[in-house]
Design a protein around this ligand. Structure first.
Ligand SMILES: C[S@@+](CC[C@H](N)C(=O)[O-])C[C@H]1O[C@@H](n2cnc3c(N)ncnc32)[C@H](O)[C@@H]1O
Length: 195
């Protein structure tokens, strides 16, 4: 499904990063970053442009090829990791920042992935997530059409065991991300830190 969606010349979610990631740049440091479910790489490329040694992980090889092209066009280095999160073991204490932007994983994979992300952060590391909330089913700006793939903030916070929740927000926002996310939407936004 994702290879098909990313098959066109254009970038389905655009080439600009998620605004929530940009709004958190004052919290950025340096080091290793991982963007899970990074698709065509807009967020991984942004993190690389901010000085992180960044890896974009995705199950779509078509998306990752476009991520490499986007990185080259922006003059940044990006490592790609073609993998299904269901078969992936993240190494503990590895990353200074992990971004999970609209990854929309089903349970129980979502919970195991978030637990792995929490352990994979170094002390001081940041976890930044944006995803659609179940109330997005009332909007037409994109996202999964079934509630099991939509994220409530309290549930995500529960899954990030051991991390300090810095922001846990739910609400309406106007999206302008390629043709994939366009118009008013209802999102969940999390920032968590490993102390
Ligand atoms: C809605 S797209 C978001 C892409 C990107 N994060 C963005 O915001 O532009 C969801 C992405 O998650 C990836 N994905 C979904 N399930 C996955 C899994 N089990 N393992 C790896 N990637 C996955 C898809 O291939 C797709 O690229």
């Amino acid at each position: 499904m994702w290879n098909e969606k990313f098959g066109g010349e254009d970038y389905f979610y655009g080439t600009q990063p998620c605004q929530w990631l940009v709004m958190n740049r004052h919290r950025f440091g340096r080091g290793q970053a991982l963007a899970i479910g990074d698709g065509e790489g807009r967020n991984g490329v942004y993190l690389a442009s901010q000085g992180y040694h960044t890896t974009s992980l995705d199950q779509s090889e078509v998306g990752l090829e476009k991520a490499k092209r986007l990185a080259a066009a922006n003059g940044v280095r990006l490592t790609t990791w073609h993998a299904d999160l269901a078969d992936t073991n993240l190494i503990d204490d590895q990353y200074d920042l992990i971004a999970a932007i609209y990854a929309h994983l089903p349970q129980p994979l979502r919970a195991t992935t978030h637990a792995q992300c929490a352990s994979a952060l170094k002390p001081g590391g940041l976890f930044i997530l944006e995803a659609f909330h179940p109330l997005q089913l009332n909007y037409r700006s994109g996202g999964p059409k079934t509630e099991d793939l939509l994220y409530r903030a309290d549930a995500i916070c529960e899954e990030l065991k051991g991390l300090t929740i810095v922001d846990a927000l739910e609400g309406r926002t106007e999206l302008s991300e390629g043709s994939g996310h366009r118009g008013m939407g209802y999102v969940t936004r999390i920032v968590a830190r490993r102390d």
